[in-house]
Ligand binder design. Structure first.
Ligand code: 3SL
Length: 245
């Protein structure tokens, strides 16, 4: 079996364009800052589903269908006009999201999720659930594509490091996986550079610095909490959900 890494939604699209839709594969979506961290947090706090959409206009259309749903998302890191929530995991408390569906549109993360849908089993990963995702991957026992979301279609450090932890853990624990893509090697090297310094790496990253400049510094601390949960959200019927706990 193979394990591959893509760094941007554009790379994911190109990768999938050259592949068989029916091939059995697991696609692991990563957007550490902040979409996948936020999705995992919302579902952990008992949101019933997250519907990823590409654009705010699509979100408003979906809201007509799901009247009780929360509209959430960002552009340039800030809440979209007319939406209920932005994209900080601190906004997705149990009081706010329990029992509700969430329609979410973000700049990179939800785009990456949407590109992956229909090409295999899709699961949601961040530092906060990384070991649960590793176990899920090993149990799933199929080709794995780790799809980082990047930033405006350019590779970003934090997603690549997160991919590196995951790939290293899988390769160390199973000799069934082979890798060919340089992106796999790059992600493991990047992780090697900053193991045990995840928060420091987030603070140094371009998007981490940007979020800090907007006043979201504590989102970096939240996102750096490796293994703070063991839920593994997955896509079912076009929505992100978790199984019964
Ligand atoms: O691009 C995205 O999907 C977001 O996670 C970016 S932000 O951290 O909310 O600005």
């Amino acid at each position: 079996m193979r394990i591959d890494v893509t760094f941007t939604p554009g790379e994911l699209k190109a990768y999938l364009a050259n592949s068989d839709r029916n091939h059995r594969r697991l696609i692991v979506i990563i957007d550490v800052l902040r979409a996948t961290t936020t999705i995992i947090t919302a579902l952990k706090n008992k949101a019933i589903w997250v519907l990823p959409v590409l654009a705010p206009e699509e979100a408003f259309e979906m809201k007509k269908v799901y009247g009780d749903a929360i509209l959430a998302g960002e552009r340039d890191g800030e809440k979209i006009d007319g939406f209920d929530l932005g994209n900080s995991p601190f906004e997705f408390t149990e009081e706010v999201v329990a029992g509700r569906g969430i329609i979410q549109s973000t700049t990179n993360g939800t785009v990456n999720i949407r590109y992956a849908m229909g090409y295999g089993e899709v699961i949601i990963c961040s530092f906060i659930n990384i070991n649960a995702v590793r176990r899920f991957c090993l149990d799933y026992n199929a080709d794995i594509l780790v799809a980082c979301s990047g930033r405006y279609n350019i590779m970003c450090l934090e997603d690549a490091v997160c991919a590196g932890i995951l790939v290293e853990g899988i390769i160390e624990q199973s000799d069934c996986y082979r890798y060919e893509m340089d992106s796999v090697i790059i992600s493991m090297h990047l992780y090697d550079e900053c193991r045990n310094e995840i928060l420091g790496m987030l603070k140094k990253s371009q998007h981490g610095r940007y979020l800090t400049s907007l006043g979201y510094g504590r989102d970096l601390e939240f996102s750096a909490k490796v293994d703070s949960t063991d839920i593994v959200p997955y896509i079912a019927d076009d929505r992100v959900v978790i199984g019964l706990q």
